[in-house]
Ligand binder design. Structure first.
Ligand code: MGD
Ligand code: MGD
Ligand code: MO
Length: 749
């Protein structure tokens, strides 16, 4: 039996893995990238839920079926190198790494160190994320490293840092939510994205206090029906205005916690001025949410607040609010509302963001972000540079400065003065980055694309070099949950012969590139180094080690205090389940009320683009779908791209259930199967982003970004909708397939 955690989201549900009785047939050496094992898969481990505070033994369908990815038919088992014939061919590790190091060196010599860029992922363990940041700065000497967390948590992180002085997604354990009287969820759909989390909303639902803000009647919005709470259904992209309207009512009706505001915050006077304009009737005009509902929800939250002796209130945000060009300000408005009500830094109330990826929290702390060094340190801070350089054994001056954030980095690839090579670890950018066609063209303009993955993702299929790596149940390491709880990922079985750990890949390349510093391949040793590098930083792991985490887990055995919460500055320190109780880590110890205002999305409605498009997720698919599209049960449940359309809108455009429709934005077109549902607003369609090729919604999204966080505006675009008739369908599909084929071959459009 191996006690570990789920490979998918940041809830990091406790899981046990038992080796299956019969040894499974190991995936054979692939004859080529498209080789598929014809035989049915024997799962190497059985998965069951395990007691852990976030999931209390429960798992979602993705978790239950996660062992399938270990034996995906196209599991990568050997390096692949693109040959002169344009195809990927199996190759040995030594020749591949030799060749790779030589090409990286050549590009660096010709174009400078910044010409090699790195793109990381929030699914990587802390050890791998840390080592990747160090590898970029020391072995490649490049400033250009960023990661997919820029697409995910960057707005919430920027807002929390600016207002509270610290970004720990949930500054309290999830179990604190259980007894709340009210929970406001803005742009979050945990019923599909974190199903076991829903149990923590039971208290609020029982007291009629679950408020869900979503332009769709999502599965989570359904949880607020029948007296359990309220669903507010604003116009897409107007949450910031709605939050300003709620804050206006709190102030106007004298519902704010004035003692708390005086003792613990700054900026109130200036913010009051900004709020004055957002009286409920004006907010209704912008958001479409009735003024009476705005007043009702403001009072519901205030009644639950500590100042009014309520049972506790929480404000939580998700990607629906944050993935916007005003995402930082949107999250700031949510924090302001929480501060007005006196919720932050108290037991039983709070503000937080629901971090997405498995290690979306730890992955944003230890140096794979463009402007960051381990421990949440700033790469421009001389003291931080000196500290980290000391741990790495290098001259501080040799550590490059800040690089470009993800969207800017992707846009610069292959351009004059832009990077010539890109190394991708743990992201499928061809499917998940905004304005996918532009991304495809940028990747095609590179001299060298190197992708480390476990399967042949769309991005891996378009690479020049593919490196097969170990995953989840095949590796040791640590992850940090959405609450900042550091936990252990453990190996249950060996990976396929031919796949290697990413720590090994980095060590081998570092050696060939004659990098300074030490490059251990042992996750426990790398963790110890991470702990030293983080010491004294905001995300301080100095008191942690694999051994301490193991001993703590044995002692707590799944109880609510399992795992240790950072900061943990010393081996004696008990960890910090709740931050902000004693003050905020800002210059004056106070939280800042930062004045923000509403601008709205970049895409506007016009005659050619008369409908709002919002994007998001479904329960059975994860992210770009690279993993879950390879799990038979999940692929059967959610097999293809679809778009949710309200029957009234469908009528207007002559769309019937099951029709293929073409959506066209200012960036491009996508095809999807129509699903008629009253859960959509009549002026807004919804499309998940889990599918590649013609069904990729990111062919439609804009790469416009938030000026503070660099977050792209994934959530809202405007489109037109047309039915693709049977006569056109074949031609459309052929065109789409041709595009996909060129994508896979790495060619430009
Ligand atoms: N099944 C599954 N679970 C996942 C993932 C997955 O891919 N699949 N991914 C994981 C990751 S990395 C993440 S980041 C999380 C994301 O978790 P969530 O944030 O819950 O997921 P989304 O579906 O992206 O967005 C949430 C909601 O935002 C709504 N929305 C769209 N536009 C707007 C808007 O303008 N305003 C408001 N208020 N809402 C809007 C959508 O309708 C959607 O219901 O999920 C994690 N869990
Ligand atoms: N339109 C739209 N687009 C979105 C979003 C949205 O809501 N709407 N959400 C955005 C968000 S929040 C996110 S987080 C991104 C996510 O999108 P991606 O960054 O594409 O995330 P994944 O699909 O999880 O890709 C992870 C890849 O890493 C591989 N992998 C798994 N484990 C490992 C490992 O240990 N090492 C390595 N090297 N590889 C591994 C997987 O097989 C997969 O190919 O998408 C963003 N894109
Ligand atoms: Mo995410």
């Amino acid at each position: 039996m191996t006690a570990t955690h789920c490979p998918y989201c940041a809830l990091q549900c406790g899981m046990r893995l038992d080796l299956a009785a019969a040894a499974p047939a190991a995936p054979g050496p692939a004859a080529g990238p498209t080789a598929v094992l014809a035989s049915a898969r024997t799962l190497p481990v059985t998965v069951s839920g395990r007691a852990f505070p976030t999931n209390r033994g429960g798992l979602c369908q993705k978790g239950w079926t996660s062992a399938s990815v270990l034996v995906a038919p196209d599991r990568l088992t050997t390096p692949l190198v693109r040959g002169a014939d344009g195809a990927l061919h199996p190759a040995g590790w030594t020749e591949t790494l030799d060749h790779l190091a030589e090409r990286l060196r050549a590009i660096r010599n010709e174009h400078g160190a910044d010409a090699v860029a790195v793109f990381g992922g929030g699914g990587l363990t802390n050890e791998k994320a840390y080592q990747l940041g160090k590898f970029a700065r020391l072995a490649l000497g490049t400033a250009n490293i960023d990661y997919n967390g820029r697409f995910c948590m960057s707005s919430a992180a920027a807002a929390a840092n600016r207002s509270l002085g610290l970004d720990r997604g949930l500054p309290f354990p999830v179990t604190d939510l259980d007894g709340a009287q009210a929970v406001l969820l803005v742009g979050s759909n945990p019923a599909e994205t974190m199903p076991p989390f829903v149990a923590h909303l039971a208290g609020a639902r029982a007291r009629g206090g679950l408020v869900v803000v979503d332009p769709r009647r999502s599965a989570t919005a359904e949880l607020a029906a029948d007296g359990a709470g309220v669903h507010l259904q604003p116009t897409a992209g107007t949450d910031l205005a709605l939050l300003l309207g709620l804050a206006h009512v709190v102030v106007a009706e004298g519902l704010s916690d004035d003692d708390y505001l005086a003792a613990r915050t700054s900026g109130l006077e200036r913010m009051r001025g900004f709020l004055a304009a957002w009286w409920p009737e004006r907010t209704e005009q912008v958001t479409g949410v009735p003024a009476a509902e705005i007043r009702r929800v403001a009072r519901l939250l205030a009644d639950a607040s500590p100042a009014r002796r309520g049972g506790g209130a929480y404000i939580l945000t998700g990607r629906g609010l944050e993935q916007s060009r005003q995402g930082t300000d949107g999250a700031t408005a949510a924090i302001n509302l929480a501060l007005l009500l006196g919720l932050v830094g108290r037991v039983g109330s709070g503000y937080g963001t629901l971090t997405g990826q498995g290690n979306g929290q730890g992955g944003r702390e230890h140096g794979q972000k463009a402007d960051q060094l381990p421990g949440y340190r700033s790469i421009t801070d001389p003291t931080a540079r000196t500290h980290v350089a000391g741990v790495w054994g290098v001259d501080p001056a040799s550590i490059p400065g800040p690089g470009k954030p993800a969207v800017e980095l992707l846009d610069s690839l292959g351009r004059a003065d832009g990077p010539r090579a890109l190394l991708v670890h743990g992201s499928n950018i061809l499917v998940s980055a905004p304005d996918a066609r532009a991304v495809r063209d940028r990747l095609a303009a590179l001299d060298l694309l190197v992708v480390s993955d476990v399967v042949l993702s769309e991005t891996a299929a378009s690479a020049d070099v593919v490196l097969p790596v170990l995953q989840w149940a095949e590796e040791e390491g640590t992850m940090t949950s959405l609450e900042g709880r550091v936990l252990r990922r453990r190996r249950a079985l060996d990976g396929p012969a031919g796949a290697r750990s990413e720590l090994w890949v980095m060590a081998e390349l570092a050696r060939r590139l004659e990098a300074p510093g030490t490059w251990s391949t042992d996750p426990a040793v790398v963790f110890d180094e991470l702990a030293r590098a983080s010491a004294g930083g905001r995300a301080d792991y100095a008191g942690l080690s694999h051994a301490r985490l193991d001993a703590h887990e044995a002692a707590t055995d799944g109880a609510d205090d399992a795992g240790l919460f950072w900061p943990v500055p010393s081996p004696e320190h008990p960890g910090t389940p709740r931050v902000f109780l004693d003050g905020f880590p800002t210059a004056d110890g106070r939280a800042r009320l930062v004045s923000v205002d509403h601008r709205g999305p970049v895409d506007v409605l016009d005659a050619d683009h008369p409908v709002h498009l919002v994007t998001g997720r479904v329960l059975q698919q994860y992210q770009s779908g690279a993993q879950t599209r390879r799990v038979p049960e999940l692929a059967a449940a959610a097999p293809e791209a679809y778009v949710e359309i309200h029957p009234l809108l469908a009528d207007l455009y002559g769309v019937d259930e099951g029709d293929t429709v073409r959506l066209t934005s200012r960036r491009g077109t996508a095809l999807a199967q129509a699903r008629l549902t009253r859960s959509a607003r009549p002026d807004t369609v919804f499309m998940p982003f889990h599918w590649p090729g013609a069904g990729s919604v990111n062919r439609l999204t804009t790469s416009a970004t938030d000026p503070v966080s660099g977050m792209p505006e994934f959530k809202v675009a405007t489109v037109r909708i047309e039915v693709v008739g049977p006569a056109e369908l074949d031609a459309e599909r052929a065109l789409a397939d041709a595009h996909t084929a060129r994508e896979l071959a790495g060619g430009a459009a």
